[in-house]
Write a protein that binds this ligand. Sequence first.
Ligand code: FPP
Ligand code: MG
Length: 294
Amino acid sequence: MSWIREGELTIIERFCANIIKAGPMPKHVAFIMDGNRRYARKCHVERQQGHSQGFDKLAQTLRWCLNLGIREVTVYAFSIENFKRSKEEVDGLMDLARQKFSRLLEEQCFLNVCFAYTSRHEISNAVREMAWGVEQGLLEPSDVSESLLDKCLYTSNSPDPDLLIRTSGEVRLSDFLLWQTSHSCLVFQSVLWPEYSFWNLCEAILRFQMNYSALQKARDSYMEERRRQQMERDQAYVAKKLQQEGVVSHGDSRRRWTLLQKCTAMREERIQSFLQALEHKRADFFERLCSVSA
Ligand code: FPP
Ligand code: MG
């Protein structure tokens, strides 16, 4: 039996789901599942029990997401900071993850699990990868851009989350998807994660829908600005090339245009080969890591 798929929505839940689905829906939702230990304290149960119920709540939430047509979910399962917790708690969380991960992998939905993750580490790693590309001669310094950084992040295969939800009343991102959520709707809810309900999820989606046009507008104008900046960088690159060739006249606009087209195509080619080299470098790293831990 499937862990996520078992159980359907009640009639009233289905009815409300259909109403919500008539509006714009988030395609990708990220969760900071917070409040497991407070829940355990509140219910006078062991801390591990709180985490275990948190794991089960994730399965239930994924089912609601599937029912609502949300095909991609990203969760903050364990931050690098969490390693500072007691050994007993970290070992308990690792055990739970080992048990549940294998079940999650059997499922067909798109779940990204951020484990031993922090966003600043991810961003600085992406910057290091680009510096490596320049050092290796795979990239020109002018190829370094926000859009290339996007492609160097661990999340490069996913669209940015439309909606980020944090439970337990904490109103901070705790170093989670800082780059990817600049145009996401952020919803902070006071409910503790193991008590999260279908209605809490609906409320978060309604808040996304209320802010939808402002979010879209901000995202569109950012993309437009990004295209403009890229064009400026390409023009500066061409001007530098022409200067190096000794062409100083601004009159030959046709030549300038042809060169601009050529430079853009060459940049795309450089970026593709850099990304391929990066993929090999990462695959090598993981192979070495697995052979060390085997
Ligand atoms: C935050 O509550 C929760 C965690 C540190 C662990 C979160 C992970 C899960 C619920 C399951 C994810 C599992 C997989 C396999 C994807 P807290 O411990 O910070 O509680 P508190 O805020 O009340 O102290
Ligand atoms: Mg917490």
